[in-house]
Design a protein around this ligand. Sequence first.
Ligand SMILES: [Zn+2]
Length: 124
Amino acid sequence: MHEFSLMAGVLDAVNDTAREHGARQVLVISLVIGEMAEVVPEALEFAFEALSADTISAGAQLMITFVHPRSRCTACGNEFEHDRFHWFCSNCGSLATELLAGRELYLQSIEVEDDPESKLSHVY
Ligand SMILES: [Zn+2]
């Protein structure tokens, strides 16, 4: 369950950013996750619920954007998208490929509420 440690890191960053900006409540947390990062979305949601309780992020909506793996063939230079299991070159069939994208996991943005009276929100 590495989702728990991932989410703990994400929440630290989210809560710090929100506090820095004087936010009262985090509304939306947007994450970008590569399909090859071996992250199970349900486990991530579960970790989020458990870890965000009693923080400024409790009740926020978790938005996850998945990134397709993309590789470059070191034999012919072809760049191509693929799934988690088939990463040979789509042009020449070589297995000598390097992964360009698909293993990332980062916080893209958060939306917070500054003032509960006016429902003013900001995206950081
Ligand atoms: Zn190739």
